[in-house]
Ligand binder design. Structure first.
Ligand SMILES: C[S@@+](CC[C@H](N)C(=O)[O-])C[C@H]1O[C@@H](n2cnc3c(N)ncnc32)[C@H](O)[C@@H]1O
Length: 456
């Protein structure tokens, strides 16, 4: 049931469009997935996709699926990180951000990671992505998704926007603020979200959103791009937040968002001062587009005298001797991969991305690839390393076909029959890595993380 005040408000705002809008909220929800270009290209996907191939026109690599007929979250390609299940309209903001290889990007409100993993696909492993999530619990989910997608150049942090703004003034080329919002665009997908809705809640969130944008502004370099998005329809959280922000920062300019496939303009008449340029923003409406609903604004900071803020790069912190066990592992099991910029967090060994900023005193959940753990006199590879590799990067692997159910044994945590060689072995499905096993005397012990195992 939609909140009555919400229905009345939308009737007043949308006038003759209100009925089709409200009817659409009573209809069936849309669902989509976005393939991970770090692991599979579109041609290969077309050949192997277990699901129908109906493209989402405004998301590169995005496809609709029917939640009635298909369960992509249960397919082993999901565990292998071949795609991310993402509500179709939620794929639009990162397209608008348009990150390019080499960019320094911040996703300030990032969990569970739909947009971060999409941005990482656009970066193609080059540049830096800081994916931040203020809530520690939600940051863990974000970190798991970054791991599953095999991303090598992402730092997952769990900090307040205030703390990050002190550390990274004018550092980023591109920033996404996918702000916490009243989630009116989730009403159809997840009816429970209606419980929290109230006009007061909307007002409170508008204040939070504005404060987050202020911090993003501090971190954006001159000439940099800032994208703001919400999954809600309320003008208070959308046009009005942007209007206030632009008024406060004349050096920020709205950029026209290219719209196709039914994506609509922003609504200047719903802002306090009616600034016509707000039409440059984009609105995804569920009665006009097959998606649940989003608002997106794109802004640039005008160029001044300055250029990129000089920044201290994080130096590798681990000396050669300490890495002996890792190098032994690398020689014995890996081919054609070379890691550098080693960084130890406790006993966890990471390979940092090139140009990684100094991370001292930040709450870090992941920095680059978590290669593995330094145990007493041995190195134990991490799940993240398995997912960041390709089958051809390892000397030993055991493959399962996705068409037979044997892969399930591995994802359930069962032991497997060995291949006759003791040691670490990469387990794959149709050639895509799923995780590690370790063979001892003909039996492969399962190293698929306990928290990810399927139980049924
Ligand atoms: C819309 S969700 C982000 C969804 C994510 N970008 C994605 O595409 O998967 C907004 C996030 O903002 C976080 N958040 C809540 N309050 C915040 C605040 N004051 N500052 C920064 N982030 C906040 C929430 O925990 C939530 O994870």
């Amino acid at each position: 049931m939609l909140p009555e005040e919400f229905v009345e408000k939308m009737r007043a705002l949308l006038k003759e469009e209100a009925e089709p809008f409200l009817e659409s909220l009573a209809g069936e929800k849309t669902a989509g997935l976005r393939i991970n270009p770090l692991k599979v290209d579109e041609e290969t996907w077309k050949a192997i996709s277990p699901f129908p191939l109906e493209k989402i026109p405004f998301v590169s690599g995005g496809y609709y699926f029917s939640p009635r007929n298909d369960r992509p979250g249960k397919h082993p390609y999901h565990a292998a990180g071949l795609y991310y299940v993402q509500e179709p309209s939620a794929g639009f903001p990162a397209e608008v951000l348009d990150a390019k290889p080499g960019d320094r990007v911040l996703d300030l409100c990032a969990s569970p990671g739909g947009k971060s993993t999409q941005i990482a696909g656009h970066l193609q492993g080059k540049g830096i992505l800081i994916a931040n999530e203020i809530s520690g619990k939600r940051a863990k989910v974000l970190s798991e998704n970054v791991e599953r997608m095999g991303i090598k150049n992402c730092i997952v942090t769990s900090e307040t926007p205030e703390k990050l703004a002190k550390r990274f003034p004018e550092y980023f080329d591109k920033i996404l603020v996918d702000a916490p919002c009243s989630g009116e665009g989730m009403f159809r997908k997840d009816p429970e979200t209606t419980i929290y809705w109230s006009p007061r809640f909307v007002k409170k969130l508008a204040e939070t959103q504005y404060r987050i944008l202020e911090k993003a502004f501090v971190m954006l370099r001159e000439g940099g791009t800032l994208v703001y998005s919400t999954c809600t329809f309320s003008p208070e959280e959308n046009e009005q937040v942007i209007e206030r922000f632009l008024h406060q920062h004349p050096e920020m300019e709205l950029v026209e968002i290219e719209k196709n496939s039914g994506i609509a303009d922003g609504r200047p008449e719903w802002s306090k001062h009616g600034s016509p340029e707000l039409a440059k923003c984009a609105r995804i409406w569920p009665h006009l587009v097959r998606g649940e609903g989003h608002f997106v604004a794109k802004m640039v900071k005008k160029e001044g005298e300055g250029s990129r803020f000089p920044f201290r790069e994080m130096k590798g912190t681990v000396s050669g001797g300490k890495l002996k066990d890792f190098y032994e592992f690398q020689d014995r099991y890996l081919t054609d991969v070379d890691f550098s910029r080693f960084f130890l967090l406790g006993h966890r060994l990471y390979a940092l991305p090139e140009g990684c900023p100094d991370l001292k005193d930040l709450r870090i959940l992941r920095a680059g690839i978590h290669l593995g753990d330094m145990k007493k006199n041995r190195f134990e590879p991490n799940h993240a390393l398995a997912l960041a590799l390709k089958r051809e990067n390892v000397k030993r692997s055991l493959n399962f076909s996705s068409e037979e159910k044997d892969w399930e044994k591995f994802l359930k945590g069962e032991t497997l029959k060995g291949i006759g060689q003791d040691g670490w072995i990469l387990i794959t499905v149709d050639g895509f890595p799923l995780g590690w096993g370790k063979e001892v005397q003909g039996t492969i012990k399962n190293y698929y993380p306990k928290g990810l195992r399927i139980i049924y």
